[in-house]
Design a protein around this ligand. Structure first.
Ligand code: UDP
Length: 482
């Protein structure tokens, strides 16, 4: 029930349909509405897709009307109600699946719905699981949740070396553990249920490409004892201007205005700033970020979600937009991220390191300033900095959950720290040029992986074949029924 999961799932649905599969997307009305224009265009283009809507049991779960996504939760405390609502979907989902004609051959489910494994067993069909992150982060998560390493570390600030992985990666205990078991009974039980469902799954679908992290793909498949299907970067299935600019939500800027603004800038000169669909900077931190962008003297396009009244007031009183208008564009709301990243004017991406955003930056061949907040984002940061070497750390040490941002007592980053990272990325001299070159090369490799003959394209074909074979094995021959 979050954009970082729904957006790639809708892309996966379209890629499956492009490979000849008949796809049913099951989601809730408000979420379905967010990508209606994309799915309607796909259906119009004769892709075999249907979208079915399941009502989320909001009142039963104690959620207000319309609250169908984590980004719509009125208060942080209601996150737990969302998990309750997700569990309550099991029965209506099963009823819906049983009513499908022709009946489904396979379920590809987000990991957040472990009960889809129980339904798959009852329907005698395979279930594949999709979580979101790439293989590097997943391997690290597997290691910290299946060894005693975190219990051996007392300090929350000391860095330790992640054991048993191909590169030397250092993280702190909180950075390594905000995705996984959590620290309450509910979160641990929930995580264990996810892992239990995974054990019976037929495979793990990952939004990555083999050439990006070959050692981690192999190692991850080995420790899980499962086939890992690398079928990304799935965002690259979006080819038309409309699909590229209408991804996930209605954009806060008209695509033509955005393009016009970017067209006026020099190639690789603009810094794009966007902290994802859930994370955001507190008022104090946003002001510091704005001042840093102003100080750095680089053209920038900055998208701000959830601007507080105090921030709005500061912008007005300081005349911030006016002060930076010759080179800075500040937009309130949803960014057409793919449209922006694929423009030649973009030279750097300040990202919160959500895996989708990270992979979209990689696919566009853009180096990044890494500003992780929570979840597996600190692991993605290490991947960008230490493994791919296409980023500059902004220097965040401590995770902050998306709903705790305003509570963060002290300012996390100063304008000088932010400015140093942005300038380091944009005018990095020889080192910066080498970083840019590596990023460009990865962007080319990403595009090749998704083209016909590329690894991810081939993996999608092979995955569909594997599903067909598994279904044939599970199907009881007619003579046995008779
Ligand atoms: N996104 C976007 N515009 C925004 C914010 C996010 O298009 O203003 C998209 C972004 O392209 C990505 C997804 O939302 O596909 C966010 O997923 P990610 O894993 O990066 O982070 P999350 O939001 O889940 O933390």
């Amino acid at each position: 029930m979050a954009q970082g999961h729904l957006i790639p799932m809708v892309d996966i649905a379209r890629i499956l349909a492009q490979h000849g599969a008949m796809v049913t997307i099951i989601t809730t009305p408000i979420n379905a509405n967010r990508f209606k224009s994309v799915t309607n265009r796909a259906i119009k283009a004769k892709l075999n897709i249907q979208v079915l809507e399941l009502q989320l049991p909001l009142s039963e779960a104690g959620l207000p009307e319309g609250c169908e996504n984590f980004d719509l939760l009125p208060t942080a405390a209601q996150a737990v109600n969302m998990f309750t609502a997700m569990v309550l979907l099991e029965q209506p989902a099963e009823k819906m699946l049983r009513g499908l004609y022709p009946p489904p051959n396979c379920i590809i489910s987000d990991g957040g719905f472990p009960w889809t494994m129980d339904i798959a067993k009852r329907l005698n069909i395979p279930r594949f699981v999709f979580y979101g992150p790439g293989c590097f982060a997943f391997l690290c998560i597997h290691i910290v949740t299946n060894t005693n390493i975190l219990n051996e570390i007392d300090s929350n600030s000391e860095y330790f070396v992640m054991p048993g992985i191909p590169d030397r990666i250092e993280v702190t205990k909180p950075q390594a553990s905000t995705w996984g078991k959590g620290d309450t009974k509910e979160t641990t039980d929930n995580f264990e249920r996810l892992m239990e469902a995974e054990k019976s799954s037929s495979g793990i679908v990952v939004n990555t490409f083999e050439e990006l992290e070959p050692k981690y793909v192999a190692e991850f498949a080995k420790v899980k004892g499962k086939k890992v299907w690398c079928i990304g970067p799935v965002s690259l299935c979006n080819k038309s201007l409309q699909d590229i600019s209408e991804r996930g939500n209605k954009s806060a800027i008209h695509e033509q205005d955005c393009l016009k603004w970017l067209d006026l800038r020099d190639p690789q000169s603009v810094v794009y700033v966007c902290l994802g669909s859930l994370s955001y900077a507190s008022t104090e931190q946003s002001i510091e970020l704005g001042l840093a962008l102003e100080l750095s003297n680089k053209p920038f396009i900055w998208f701000v979600r959830n601007a507080s009244e105090e921030l709005e007031k500061w912008i007005l009183e300081e005349g911030f937009k006016e002060r930076v208008k010759d080179r800075g564009l500040m937009v309130h709301g949803w960014a057409p991220q793919m449209l922006i990243l694929s423009h030649r004017a973009i030279g750097g991406f300040v990202t919160h390191c959500g895996w989708n955003s990270t992979l979209e930056g990689i696919s566009a061949g853009i180096p990044m300033v890494t500003w992780p907040h929570f979840g597996e984002q600190f692991l993605n940061e290490r991947f960008v900095i230490d493994v791919l070497r296409i980023g500059v750390r902004i220097g965040v040490e401590v995770p902050v959950m998306f709903y705790e941002q305003d509570k963060a007592e002290k300012l996390l980053l100063t304008r000088e720290e932010i400015r140093a990272a942005v300038e380091g990325l944009m005018d990095g001299g020889e080192e910066g040029e080498a970083r840019r070159k590596r990023a460009r090369k990865l962007g080319e490799m990403a595009k090749m992986a998704m083209e016909e003959g590329g690894s991810s394209h081939l993996n999608m074909t092979l995955m569909i074949q594997a599903i067909t074979e598994e279904v044939a094995k599970k199907t009881i021959p007619i003579q046995d029924i008779v």
